[in-house]
Design a binder for this molecule. Structure first.
Ligand code: GLV
Length: 387
C-alpha cells in the first residue's frame, strides 16, 4: 500500500485511477467555480491558536451527532454516483464509516440502492432525499428507507434545479459512461477501475432506475434533475416530508440565517450550513464564512453542522471552533474511495482523525465539546467582509 499522509495523497492516486468523467464530476463547482474555490480558500485564511502546557492526556475526539455516538463529529456526506468512483462504492464507503464509528449518508442519486447498502451494512445509515415531482415515488422511497432501517433522513434543500457544471457537459457525464472515443481512450489508461466495474452489476442509479420512469435518458443526472426533480419544493412540502418520515431529520443546504430560523422552526434535528460544495449557486458565500452567524442565530434550537471545503482535521477543528457541532465530508472521502476502495475511505477517516486529535491537543483542548472561538484566530473583517 502506498504511503498516505494526507488527503492530497489520496487525491493524486484517485486522479490516476478513476475515469476523467467521474474525477471531474467530483472535482468541480458550478459556472466559474468561485464558490467552490472560496470554500477551501476561506478555511486557509483562518489560523489555529496554539496553547502550551495543557495536560493532553486522556483526550478524545468522540462526540454526538443528533444523539448518535460518533468517533469524531464527522459524517460522510451524500454524494451522487459514488458507485462510479469505485465499483459498489456506496457499500464500500458505508462499511468503512460504520467500522470507523462515523455516520454514512446514502444519496438518492447513488448507484447502489438503499436495499443493497442495507444488505451489506450492519449498522443503520442515513438516507438523503431529493424529491421527485412524483408523490408516489417520494412516499415509496421514504418507506424504502424506513424498511431498510435508516436512522435519519437528510433532506437536501438547495437543489431543485441543477447548477451548471461545465465539465460534466463537456465530458457527456453519465452512469454508466457511454463509450465515445474520448471515453474509450481514457478508459484504456484506467483498466483497474474498468475490471472492477465489469465485476459488478451496480452501474445505474439504483434508487430510481426501475422505481421511477418518464425521463429521456435514465443514465443522465442532468436529465433526472431537469425532468423529474420537484421544482416546486417549498417549506410546506419540506414539513410534509418531515411528517411523512416521522424520525430524525437533517436539512442540508442552508446558507442564510433567515432560512436557518425557518428550518429550526420546523423542528429539524440538525441543519447543514452548505452551498452544496460550490456546485449550485456560483457566487454564493463560502460555508465557513457563513457558519458563525447561523450558529449564533439558531445554535440553541437545533444542531448546526457545515460542509464545503473540509480537506483536513485542522479544517474540522476550525469549523467546530466557529460554531459547528459537526461536519460532513464529501470529496475528502471520495478521493479515498476512488484511490483505494474501502481501505481508501478508512485511510481518509484515519488521516482526518489524526489531524483533528493532534491539532486539538496542540490548541490545548481535550474534548470536542470545549472547542470554541478561543481556538482560532480570524483575520480582521473576515466574518463581516460581506453584508
Ligand atoms: C448532486 O447532488 C450533485 O451535486 O451532483
Amino acid at each position: 500500500m502506498p504511503v498516505i499522509t494526507c488527503i492530497e495523497d489520496l487525491k493524486r492516486i484517485y486522479r490516476r485511477r478513476v475515469p476523467k468523467m467521474f474525477y471531474d464530476y467530483a472535482e468541480t463547482g458550478s459556472w466559474t467555480e468561485q464558490t467552490f474555490r472560496d470554500n477551501t480558500a476561506d478555511f486557509a485564511q483562518i489560523r489555529l491558536r496554539q496553547r502550551i502546557a495543557v495536560d493532553m492526556t486522556g483526550r478524545s475526539t468522540a462526540s454526538r451527532m443528533i444523539g448518535q455516538d460518533v468517533a469524531m463529529p464527522v459524517a460522510l456526506a451524500p454524494v451522487g454516483l459514488t458507485g462510479m468512483q469505485s465499483a459498489d462504492g456506496e457499500i464500500k464507503a458505508a462499511r468503512a464509516a460504520e467500522k470507523f464509528g462515523v455516520p454514512f449518508t446514502l444519496s438518492t442519486m447513488s448507484i447502489c440502492s438503499i436495499e443493497d447498502v442495507a444488505a451489506h451494512a450492519s449498522k443503520p445509515f442515513w438516507f438523503q432525499i431529493y424529491t421527485l415531482n412524483d408523490d408516489d415515488f417520494n412516499k415509496r422511497i421514504i418507506e424504502r428507507a424506513r424498511v431498510a432501517g435508516c436512522s435519519a433522513l437528510v433532506i437536501t434543500v438547495d437543489l431543485q434545479i441543477l447548477g451548471q457544471r461545465h465539465k460534466d457537459i463537456k465530458n457527456g457525464m453519465s452512469a454508466p459512461p457511454k463509450f465515445t472515443l474520448p471515453v474509450l481512450l481514457d478508459l484504456a489508461t484506467k483498466w483497474g477501475w474498468g475490471i472492477e466495474m465489469l465485476g459488478t452489476k451496480r452501474r445505474f442509479f439504483g434508487n430510481i432506475v426501475g422505481h421511477a420512469d418518464g425521463v429521456s435518458d435514465p443514465s443522465s443526472l442532468s436529465a433526472w434533475t431537469a425532468e423529474k426533480f420537484d421544482h416546486a419544493l417549498n417549506w410546506d412540502k419540506i414539513r410534509k416530508l418531515m411528517d411523512m418520515w416521522g424520525g430524525k431529520v437533517i436539512l442540508k443546504g442552508v446558507l442564510d440565517p433567515e432560512d436557518a430560523e425557518k428550518a429550526a422552526g420546523l423542528g429539524a434535528d440538525a441543519i447543514v450550513v452548505s452551498n452544496h460544495g460550490g456546485r449550485q449557486l456560483d457566487g454564493a458565500i463560502s460555508s465557513i464564512r457563513m457558519l458563525p452567524e447561523i450558529a449564533a442565530a439558531v445554535g440553541n434550537k437545533t444542531e448546526v453542522w457545515m460542509d464545503g471545503g473540509i480537506r483536513s482535521g485542522q479544517d474540522v477543528l476550525k469549523a467546530l471552533a466557529l460554531g459547528a457541532k459537526g461536519v460532513l465530508i464529501g470529496r475528502a472521502f471520495v478521493y479515498g474511495l476512488g484511490a483505494m476502495g474501502e481501505a481508501g475511505v478508512t485511510r481518509a477517516l484515519e488521516v482526518i482523525h489524526k489531524e483533528l486529535d493532534i491539532s486539538m491537543a496542540l490548541c490545548g483542548e481535550t474534548r470536542v465539546a470545549n472547542v470554541g472561538r478561543q481556538n482560532v484566530l480570524v483575520p480582521k473583517g473576515f466574518l463581516d467582509a460581506y453584508s
